[in-house]
Design a protein around this ligand. Structure first.
Ligand SMILES: *[C@@H]1O[C@H](CO)[C@@H](O)[C@H](O)[C@H]1NC(C)=O
Ligand SMILES: *[C@@H]1O[C@H](CO)[C@@H](O)[C@H](O)[C@H]1NC(C)=O
Ligand SMILES: *[C@@H]1O[C@H](CO)[C@@H](O)[C@H](O)[C@H]1NC(C)=O
Ligand SMILES: *[C@@H]1O[C@H](CO)[C@@H](O)[C@H](O)[C@H]1NC(C)=O
Ligand SMILES: *[C@@H]1O[C@H](CO)[C@@H](O)[C@H](O)[C@H]1NC(C)=O
Ligand SMILES: *[C@@H]1O[C@H](CO)[C@@H](O)[C@H](O)[C@H]1NC(C)=O
Ligand SMILES: *[C@@H]1O[C@H](CO)[C@@H](O)[C@H](O)[C@H]1NC(C)=O
Length: 287
């Protein structure tokens, strides 16, 4: 009996060790396949040493796989593959210990960011930028490990998932809807050059907010009083929206030039020209 148990134990645990050891390799080989088995990944074969390798393509392009000191993949960087056309490899979700994911300057990488990305509980930094990925921003697992999400300059659309609350940089996409919930936790909020539409009047600008770029959207309402008291705010840009009414005064307002508030529907008061005596006419409702 005890021999059988011992055998079972050996069997089980050997298998477990083997399968976790190989799961990263299996995922990487799947990624290779989903990228269309390109010649530059020909060294990626069963049993290859994938830890801390750099596979170059072209002058500045490469794929870099990083590992922990227990040989688990914790970093995946795919950068500057200019002439390389492929779909976003969903098999990245098989790299279950992944902490850093960088997919940068791959203009011909298309498809969607897979929703299974929210199963990567260790993710700490996600940069997916300057690609042609489209579709929805995935729901990111709401975890305390995530410290950076930069999805700027892609072709993402639709509205945002409510789980997205960690340092989002979503500039230069085609996103719309309400993004006001981001103001609850994030310290950096970049929504520039989208079609977001929400009322700014009731948003609380908190002290931990240090950078906010809302320029070129369809944000309406007035600039709330908390904007002038958000002591951490080092950079702001509210230009090219549909804001209206008198700017809050005092506090940190001296940090900002008129350009920060330019091209809105009817903002007034320092650093913009004073509001006229006859209180500003209510803006016509947005069409
Ligand atoms: C591996 O790294 C962790 C921290 O990242 C450290 O605590 C541990 O001692 C290291 N193990 C070895 C074998 O170097
Ligand atoms: C991309 O392809 C074009 C034409 O095939 C070539 O001229 C250019 O050098 C390539 N660029 C890179 C970075 O490989
Ligand atoms: C981005 O999406 C729009 C439609 O939503 C499409 O017309 C355009 O070709 C896409 N651009 C890229 C670079 O994929
Ligand atoms: C954060 O990562 C650690 C390991 O790096 C993991 O044990 C922990 O569960 C993660 N936290 C959350 C909230 O997912
Ligand atoms: C995020 O996590 C908190 C605490 O763990 C939980 O209360 C909240 O419902 C979660 N939000 C989402 C959108 O998953
Ligand atoms: C928004 O788009 C304009 C025009 O393409 C560009 O000049 C500006 O830098 C963009 N803003 C940001 C924050 O990327
Ligand atoms: C604000 O954003 C607009 C549009 O992206 C840009 O033209 C302008 O230079 C920015 N202003 C400041 C003060 O950064």
């Amino acid at each position: 009996m005890s021999i059988i148990l011992l055998l079972l134990f050996l069997l089980c645990c050997n298998t477990t060790v083997l399968s976790t050891k190989n799961s990263d390799e299996i995922a990487l080989l799947k990624i290779k396949k989903q990228l269309g088995d390109p010649p530059f990944l020909s060294s990626w074969v069963e049993g290859f040493n994938f830890c801390n390798i750099i596979t170059p393509l072209g002058p500045n392009g490469f794929i870099n796989v990083g590992c922990t000191n227990t040989s688990r993949v914790d970093g995946f960087v795919m950068r500057h593959l200019i002439n390389f056309t492929a779909p976003f490899p969903e098999a990245i979700c098989g790299l279950t210990e992944l902490r850093i994911l960088v997919i940068y300057q791959n203009p011909n990488l298309y498809g969607q960011i897979p929703s299974c990305i929210n199963k990567l509980f260790n993710l700490n930094q996600v940069l997916i930028s300057e690609t042609s990925v489209s579709g929805r921003v995935p729901h990111f697992y709401n975890n305390t490990n995530l410290s950076l999400i930069n999805l700027a300059r892609n072709n993402l659309s639709y509205s945002l998932p409510p789980s997205l609350s960690t340092l989002p940089n979503l500039g230069n996409n085609q996103l719309h809807g309400d993004a006001s919930f981001l103001f609850g936790t994030a310290g950096l909020i970049i929504l520039a050059n989208n079609s977001f539409k929400f009322d700014l009047s009731y948003i609380e600008f908190r002290d931990n907010l240090y950078e906010v770029d809302l320029s070129h959207n369809k944000i309406y309402g007035k600039v709330p009083a908390s904007f002038a008291t958000a002591v951490g705010l080092a950079y702001a840009n509210l230009s090219f929206n549909r804001l209206c009414g008198e700017l809050p005064q005092g506090g940190i307002m001296g940090r900002f030039s008129a350009a920060v508030f330019a091209n809105n529907r009817c903002l007034c008061g320092y650093p913009l020209p004073p509001c006229s005596n006859s209180s500003p006419a209510p803006a016509p409702a947005p069409a």
